[in-house]
Ligand binder design. Structure first.
Ligand SMILES: [Zn+2]
Length: 193
């Protein structure tokens, strides 16, 4: 590819390594003309099909900005948002489809957001799932409490799991546990021959 400094039409790869747990390949390149070095990141293309019918590249930044509004005033930092966006991308990529509906990106956000912050989750879910009345909130809150009780019980039975560890989301916490949990994007069905 072009050197970004001098536009020389070729470059040499000097180092190649996996990044983001294999989601991307990061290549260090050197320009044979000006000698400068630069980095490229290669990922399998993943596009999001919007409601309008238009497509755009999947963007973690868009996931973060969508969730950030729901996290307003909540104790959720940028690192947590970045981790959530990474989880969402992994879930979406695990579906094995190169194109995913924007609705399914939203579904993939619900589960990790619920582990992150209950109020942010309720805000996001209320908009995303279109809660129409107080009863819908009550039902979701009851579901959330049952889920939290289940987590507390499993943390308790683990014995050594500290409260801080449980809050940080230990490996023992199932990502898709409860009956009412949003499943990973149901795109396998449409991709099957
Ligand atoms: Zn150059």
């Amino acid at each position: 590819m072009h050197c970004p400094f001098c536009r020389h039409p070729d470059s040499r790869v000097v180092d190649s390594r996996e990044a983001d747990d294999g989601v991307a390949i990061r290549r260090r390149r050197a320009c044979p003309s000006c000698g400068k070095r630069f980095t490229t990141v290669e990922t399998a293309s993943l596009t999001v099909l919007k409601r309008s019918g238009a497509t755009e590249p999947f963007s973690r930044a868009k996931v973060v900005s969508g969730v950030r509004k729901a996290c307003s005033g909540r104790p959720v930092d940028e690192d947590a948002l970045a981790r959530l966006a990474q989880q969402v991308e992994e879930t979406v990529r695990a579906s094995g489809c190169a194109e995913i509906a924007v609705h399914d990106v939203g579904l993939a956000i619900l589960a990790p957001l619920r582990e992150l912050d209950d109020v942010a989750y309720l805000r996001f879910a209320s908009v995303y799932r279109g809660f129409e009345d107080v009863a819908a909130f009550e039902a979701e809150i009851a579901e959330l409490r049952a889920h939290q009780a289940l987590l507390a019980a499993s943390a308790g039975s683990a014995g050594s799991a500290s409260a801080a560890g449980a809050a940080a989301g230990t490996a023992a916490v199932p990502r898709y546990g409860g009956a009412h949990d949003p499943a990973p994007p149901p795109v396998h069905a449409t991709s099957a021959p």
